[in-house]
Design a protein around this ligand. Structure first.
Ligand code: GCV
Length: 698
């Protein structure tokens, strides 16, 4: 059966097939909540989080699992195997899990936290009930764990229904309207709740005319989406256009210091919260790639963000203000302007000026979600600002859900990066600490708010498998798990995902399937890196094919500021202070010096920071040119090995998944081969240096 033939079937259950519920579903489960078993004295009301809707969802989940597997829902005093109880003494986010003689009790202060606790037990499976007695407290590392949909209401003439979407249409919108049937959105919320995600910005940050109206005349439709997310404790945010007071409100200006503009935003916010009491806030892309912003009025990003912050503050809302700001009309002849510098140059000087409910949302790298780039120095430059890390689950630059590319190891590297090094000053403080409000010198308000959290661009669509490539589901899963605990091991997360997704009806996973999935996925990001742009140089993707496949010079003579500067002698971008753009100076010690020096710069980022001759010898002992040849040949062989491993599973994987994965692996091999041959040929022709192993280069 071809994957095309099953698109109308029910959506794939992703990591929550009924088999994944076997361990809990076989048992006797009880709920103790005020709504469901009479008023419980002393349980405070905590706003929408204790909503009867979320508690009803929890009950429905328990009933579904126990019905599917022969367990039972019992009274709290009937010695249940699993008791789920609201308890006032815990903090709002997180839950306590106690195992005593094989019986498990999960307590939480809010319905959503209790739901997260339920899914914790689901994820643990039998292990939740076996083993020694334990008393664990689980709380997310960051308070704000968010997904950004780049979904358009209207089908955009170039970007389509979902910008950078590789999984069909939108689950929210269809050709100009909010979908009448939003049940798929509720199923999405279920998947998100099971990994601890509790906020979704429901429309593209490029806010076109149609999407802008979600804030005003289409508010009732926005409220319908919020209602579809709410049963699983997921709160709705909106991406808004900075020009809204003009385009929607008919004002003559959107100047952030204009009183009429301030009043317009304040009224707009009041109306949103009146319609959606648990609304989260606004997300803004301003003065970036053509989106309107405060620069038009001679104002800066703090002026712009604070305008919206003032409007949402009375409702407890937040403003996510993106730091992805750079000159996208650059002259390629100009080697002094460096796009990598831009976010820091714009935002670091504004540290201390943002309101307490503004979150500056920073892409993990200074360029744009490349498969390899340095960590953005902005993350270490704003201790008086709530800063969020932005990741990209949708695989824009990492194979567009045609290639297997398990991104958790890459995100884990970014989250674990120590901007101040391991020992000195920052004492091992990581990016994950910074976005949780625990950076060195973090202002008290930043620490108290728990920082800005983590956001990512979602990879789902209305495709049967949610993510196009069935194995790309693992990226969404891993993203959620890492936002909850950024120290988790990517291979263990993958193992957990396999245990759930490939669980048979009795909850067991075929050991060969488990082993093969690890072989196929554990190192797939490094494999992808090996056959695409080398040594951190970035941007060799095709502009004409929407960033899919190779075009080495595709961005070289363009306005976008993403150049590799390859010539007959060498390649790479000189971003040093000594002779280049000075970007290395945006890092604190030790990285400003580690990156500055050819001797200490890590190989994988060499061409991000330095322009070197092809004969330059890497720390690995290989020359740059030979490294390019070797990795590109090896990468394709690795894809062949991946295909062989998958094919050996013959018959052990559901037919629809198997067919879809095989089709995409074939395309991955074709594409990787094209990358290999174009890259190797390009650099051979530029350099004239032959491959020492005499392999075929064209
Ligand atoms: C939503 C990249 C993408 C754009 C995206 C932009 C952004 O440039 O190619 O599609 O626009 O990032 O993050 O705003």
């Amino acid at each position: 059966m071809s994957s095309e033939n099953v698109v109308d079937a029910a959506p794939h259950p992703a990591w929550l097939p009924d088999g994944a519920l076997a361990a809990v579903g076989r048992r006797r489960v009880a709920l103790r909540t005020p709504e469901l078993s009479g008023p419980a004295a002393g349980i405070p009301s905590r706003g929408p989080d204790t909503s009867p809707e979320v508690l009803a969802t929890l009950r429905a989940e328990v009933e579904h699992a126990t019905t599917a597997h022969g367990g039972d829902v019992v009274a709290p005093d009937a010695s249940p195997d699993l008791l789920l109880a609201l308890s006032p003494e815990l903090s709002a986010d997180g839950f306590r899990c106690v195992r005593d003689g094989g019986r498990v009790t999960v307590t939480a202060a809010t319905a959503t936290a209790l739901l997260h606790g339920w899914f914790h037990v689901v994820r643990r499976g039998e292990a939740a009930f076996t083993g020694p007695d334990a008393d664990e407290r689980h709380a997310p590392a960051t308070a704000l764990r968010m997904l950004n949909q780049w979904d358009n209401v209207d089908v955009h003439p170039y970007m389509g229904q979902v910008e950078r979407g590789y999984a069909g249409g939108s689950i929210f919108y269809d050709a100009g309207v909010v979908r009448a049937d939003l049940s798929r959105v509720t199923e999405y919320a279920r998947l998100l709740a099971s990994i601890g995600i509790d906020r979704v910005a429901i429309n593209n940050v490029n806010v076109h005319a149609r999407e802008a109206r979600l804030l005003t005349d289409d508010l009732a439709e926005t409220a319908r989406v919020a209602a579809a997310l709410r049963p699983y404790g997921v709160r709705t945010h909106l991406a808004v256009s900075f020009a809204s007071p003009m385009t929607l409100g008919g004002l003559s200006t959107a100047d952030p210091l204009d009183d009429a503009v301030r009043a317009w935003w304040s009224d707009a916010a009041d109306r949103v919260w009146a319609a959606i009491p648990d609304f989260g806030g606004f997300l803004v892309k301003a003065d970036s790639e053509g989106q309107p912003g405060p620069f038009a009025y001679g104002r800066d990003h703090a002026d712009g963000a604070n305008l919206l912050a003032e409007a949402v503050a009375p409702h407890g809302g937040v403003v996510h203000w993106r730091a992805f700001v750079y000159n996208h009309t650059q002259d390629w002849r100009d080697r002094t302007t460096d796009r990598a510098r831009a976010a820091y140059d714009h935002f670091a000087p504004l540290d201390g000026r943002f309101a307490e409910n503004v979150i500056v949302q920073v892409k993990h790298g200074p360029l744009d979600f490349q498969a390899r780039e340095a960590v953005s120095p902005v993350l270490a430059a704003m201790p008086r600002t709530r800063v969020a890390l932005e990741l990209q689950v949708t695989q824009e630059y990492t194979g567009q859900q045609q290639h297997v590319c398990y991104l958790a190891p890459w995100w884990r590297e970014n989250l674990g990066f120590q901007p101040w090094g391991a020992g000195s000053g920052g004492d091992g403080v990581t990016v994950a600490d910074v976005v949780a409000g625990r950076g060195p010198d973090a202002a008290p308000a930043v620490a108290a708010a728990g920082g800005g959290g983590i956001a990512a661009v979602s990879n789902v669509g209305d495709d049967r498998f949610w993510t196009g490539h069935p194995l790309a589901q693992a990226n969404l899963y891993a993203y959620g798990r890492l936002t909850w605990d950024p120290t988790l091991d990517p291979a263990e997360i993958l193992d957990e995902w396999i245990s759930l997704t490939f669980a048979g009806p009795d909850g067991a996973v075929d050991p060969q399937v488990r082993q093969t999935l690890h072989a196929v996925m554990d190192d797939s990001w490094r494999t992808y890196e090996s056959y695409t742009a080398p040594l951190g140089v970035g941007f060799m993707v095709s502009p004409l094919r929407a960033h899919y496949g190779p075009d080495v010079d595709g961005y070289e003579y363009s306005k976008w500021g993403t150049y590799h500067f390859a010539d007959r002698d060498g390649v790479g971008v000189d971003r040093t202070r000594a002779t280049g753009t000075g970007f290395t100076g945006q890092y604190p010690a030790p990285w400003r010096d580690v990156y500055e020096s050819l001797e200490t710069c890590p190989d994988e980022l060499l061409l991000f920071f330095h322009h070197v001759p092809y004969s330059h010898v890497l720390r690995s002992g290989t020359t740059v040119i030979q490294h390019i040849y070797d990795t590109h040949f090896a990468g394709v062989e690795q894809v062949r090995a991946t295909i062989a491993a998958w094919e050996a599973l013959d018959g052990r994987i559901a037919a629809d998944v198997d067919t879809c994965v095989r089709e995409r692996l074939a395309e991955q091999l074709r594409s990787a081969t094209e990358w290999r041959d174009q890259l190797n040929t390009y650099f051979f022709r530029k350099s004239g240096v032959p491959d020492v192993h005499g392999r075929t280069i064209y």
